[in-house]
Design a protein around this ligand. Sequence first.
Ligand code: ZN
Length: 315
Amino acid sequence: MRDLAALARVSAELGANRLLVQAAGGNTSVKADGVLWVKASGRWLAKAVDEPIFAALDLPRLTDAMAAGDPACETCDAFVRADLSASGLRPSVETTLHAGLPQRFVLHVHCVETISNAVLEDGASRVAPLLDGLKWAWVPYTRPGFPLFQTITPGADIYVFANHGLVVAADTLEAAVALLATVGRRLARPLQTAPTRSARGVERAGYRLADAPALTSHGAKFAAAGTLYPDHLVFLGSGAAHIDSVVGTPPVILAPGCPPLVREDLAPAPLALAQCLGDVAARLAPNDRPRYLTAQQEYELTHWDAEKYRLTLPD
Ligand SMILES: [Zn+2]
């Protein structure tokens, strides 16, 4: 199918850009002939050309079930077209979002420029003038999956998910990619200048510096203070510690003046999320007021079967 091949190529490009996608985060889809092709859970967009990462679902059955509020829409496993899908693929946790938007192509990314606005208390009012003239909507934080889809009113081309990321939708792939570029450009925030500091002062056995910008003092503080978006919690837990309050050997240590220190044994997925934390923190300004996920919101994520499944997959 030509559209699917084109989507795979674009998905691989998105997946290779760490300012858009980190590890198995993000997902893309196309609708064709009553079938929704959507990225499978836990698969990496970066590998879209090299291996089958798209699951096929029966779109009419799925949308009927969504309209009825069928609990089967939580995993969407029941709507997979086994005759079309490679075996072992489970649909993305965001499948209902892809099914419910009317546009043919839907791209969901964890765009760092978007996130660096979307994690702020006043994110909606900051983003509004920047996206003026586009058909966009702000979506307050809701646990990803069916609950997130249920908070959305179809009708926009762009959705900014608070404390999460970005969705763009269009009837052609070219238009969707163009929207992604436009939003990324308009929401771009300048990199804050960090004080220079000799890395020798923060050297620790078993750690190395991540490939990320140096942290400012406020950036290090903000990044260590809580969970800013779901994949941080899923892959790093509460394991990003400020250098002044390190207990044990957390996966990430945040010290002003140098990039995040990452434990040398980190697997590719947590490493990508550690870099992402550095990329986001580098864009936060001293007067920003970040909004963190509440304890209840963290509990929902860590006790959600779909996320436990994602963690069991190899990188
Ligand atoms: Zn997401």
